[in-house]
Design a protein around this ligand. Structure first.
Ligand code: BDR
Ligand code: CA
Length: 315
């Protein structure tokens, strides 16, 4: 039997973070060791509460640690215009029946990384502050993380500004710390997540699978669609689920190793990610970026994963 991969999901729920967590519980070869929350789409109190409520709703017994209340060296900027005031576009879940662990996110990340002896992977789908803090506090952590998969960045065009994607824009200094850490990282930028969209018809099909989880998956993403996240009019982009599914199985994606950098200064360019893929000047490779997705296969995986809730309830 394939050995399970130990992972931590670092997130800021958020509509598509919620969708990613619903999928993560059903990925057979992931052993999710913890969820860590960070301020991003909405303030930390909301991202943490939303994650706790979702874990209770799914009856998923996984430790959750609270992380940073704001970026390393800037005020927090949120995305309530997209995710609603509380982060779930006005949808509600029953009250949480669990609490965060006593450790902050960076201490839990380090503790688990040490225990897993170099095998731990992180899927980061919010601003990268928690991981940056962990790296600053525990320099030996760079040797203990096998891989970080990141939803973040934009090479053609940003969503928060013309230059920058939200997660990187919010805390570019944190992103720089990860990009220069030496840890293998895979960046899933908007260029590919915009191609990993789901249509209204597909969401309605999943919502009809017969579980409360698939209904919530449909409902929250339909809300996201209504809040008009860019999708070229075809559907709603599955930013965070795409990074998660890439980490689970890269076979329906293409990716390339290259130099990845980030601009931390400037009113126009702050948070802009760059690569040397097309430039004459080549720089030292420090990471990978995910370039394409086969949307049909990707959506097929999503349907399979969400249908597992139905099977689970039947058994
Ligand atoms: C990213 O920003 C957030 O609003 C989403 O949750 C996603 O992680 C997309 O730019
Ligand atoms: Ca997110």
């Amino acid at each position: 039997m394939q050995k399970k991969t130990p992972i931590i999901i670092d997130c800021d729920p958020g509509i598509d973070d919620i969708a990613a967590l619903l999928l993560a519980r059903q990925i057979p070869h992931f052993d999710v060791k913890a969820i860590t929350t960070v301020a991003g789409n909405v303030p930390l109190a909301f991202t943490t509460q939303n994650a706790l409520q979702l874990l209770s709703f799914m009856d998923w017994d996984v430790p959750l640690a609270r992380g940073a209340e704001g970026p390393l060296s800037r005020p927090l900027e949120t995305a309530e215009d997209v995710h609603g005031k509380g982060g779930m576009c006005g949808l509600t879940l029953p009250a949480a029946n669990r609490r965060p662990v006593d450790l902050p996110a960076w201490d839990l990340i380090y503790q688990i990384a040490k225990r897993e002896g170099g095998k731990l992977e992180i899927v980061a789908v919010g601003p990268l502050t928690n991981i940056a803090v962990a790296l600053a506090k525990y320099p030996d952590l760079t040797k203990l993380i096998n891989r970080i998969t990141i939803m973040g960045g934009a090479f053609l065009a940003g969503n928060t500004t013309p230059a920058a994607e939200f997660n990187i824009y919010v805390d570019p200094e944190a992103a720089k710390r990860i990009f220069t850490s030496g840890i293998p990282f895979y960046l899933c930028p908007l260029d590919v997540t915009h191609c990993g969209y789901i249509t209204e018809e597909e969401l309605r099909e999943i919502g009809g699978f017969g579980s409360k989880e698939s209904e919530f998956f449909r409902d929250i993403l339909l809300k996201g669609m209504a809040m008009s996240i860019y999708s070229g009019g075809k559907g709603v982009p599955l930013h965070d689920p795409l990074a998660l599914l890439f980490a689970a199985d890269p076979s329906c994606f293409t990716f390339t190793g290259c130099f990845v950098g980030v601009e931390t200064q400037g009113p126009v360019t702050r948070g802009k990610t760059v690569t040397d893929v097309y430039s004459d000047k080549k720089l030292d490779k420090n990471g990978f970026y995910v370039q394409t997705v086969n949307r049909d296969t990707f959506i097929g995986h999503i349907k399979n994963l969400m249908s597992r809730y139905t099977d689970e309830r039947k058994s």
